[in-house]
Write a protein that binds this ligand. Structure first.
Ligand SMILES: C[S@@+](CC[C@H](N)C(=O)[O-])C[C@H]1O[C@@H](n2cnc3c(N)ncnc32)[C@H](O)[C@@H]1O
Length: 249
């Protein structure tokens, strides 16, 4: 199952002006930096002698891609995104990294692409602020396919918005976020972008998309990841490191 193209709301104006996200949600870029730092400090990876092969889901304009590549000199990435608008910006922003052979960009659907990979072909599957956009059934399949695509001992690293399990607490947080968006975009007279981000939020918060914290971690464990560690959590913003068990010696 792939996502419907219209399910990806980064194909329109908010993809074209993605830089605006740092004004309404600076934590997205903060989590991207954490992703890079985590991969840089990942000890298990030091056991691998031929460098790391990584797969990035939803690389967007390249913010998280750059953090990952800068975090680890021996990492080569296949970075994919299903929005041509986002990918064009990533290719322009990271042109030097692409010509140096550190990253290959691909316009493609995350699940379709993961499914076609040879099993156990990556040391790292990473994503930042991408998988919360997915429908729940699609995301569940992505988690399963990430496990399949990873080598034993491999790492699935996700920085993202994991909704608070307590529905009331989550609602209060979302409401205060929306107030902040209104203030920010109104000050710039950008009601057009405000409209698009609100429409996008309705999709993220809808029952068939919302990525609750505990069920998502439970899904990672159910497909075989162990341990699954929460390395950072502030409000909804969370960094999760899930490991594919290494083969017994
Ligand atoms: C919020 S952006 C995050 C971009 C980047 N990772 C960052 O940290 O700035 C989410 C990205 O996921 C991409 N995306 C959404 N659904 C996708 C899918 N099914 N397959 C591949 N990419 C997808 C969108 O096009 C968008 O670029």
């Amino acid at each position: 199952m792939s996502t419907l193209k219209e399910d990806n709301l980064f194909t329109g104006p908010i993809g074209q002006e993605y830089d605006m996200l740092r004004l309404i949600c600076p934590n997205a870029a903060m989590l991207a930096r954490k992703l890079g730092d985590y991969v840089g400090a990942w000890k298990g990876a030091e056991l691998r002698t031929n460098g790391l092969r990584g797969f990035e889901i939803g690389c967007g304009t390249g913010v998280s891609t750059l953090a990952l590549l800068s975090g680890r000199q021996d990492l080569r990435l296949l970075a994919i995104d299903s929005s041509a608008k986002m990918l064009e910006q990533a290719q322009s922003n990271l042109a030097k990294w692409e010509s140096a052979g550190r990253v290959e960009f691909l316009e493609a659907d995350a699940l379709d692409t993961l499914k076609t990979r040879v099993p156990a072909s990556f040391d790292l599957v990473a994503s930042n602020y991408a998988i919360h956009n997915f429908r729940n059934d699609y995301r569940n399949e992505v988690i399963e396919q990430a496990f399949r695509a990873l080598k034993p001992g491999g790492l699935f690293l996700t920085g993202d918005r994991f909704a608070i399990d307590d529905v009331e607490a989550h609602l209060r947080l979302t409401q205060s976020e929306v107030r902040h968006w209104f203030k920010t975009f109104a000050a710039m007279n950008r009601y057009d972008l405000l409209e698009d981000w609100i429409v996008h939020l309705f999709s993220d918060e809808s029952p068939n998309h919302i990525m609750y914290f505990s069920p998502t971690l439970a899904r990672m464990r159910a497909v075989g990841f162990e341990p699954v560690r929460v390395e950072f959590r502030e409000g909804v913003d969370t960094l999760v490191a899930a490991f594919k068990p290494a083969l017994a010696q």
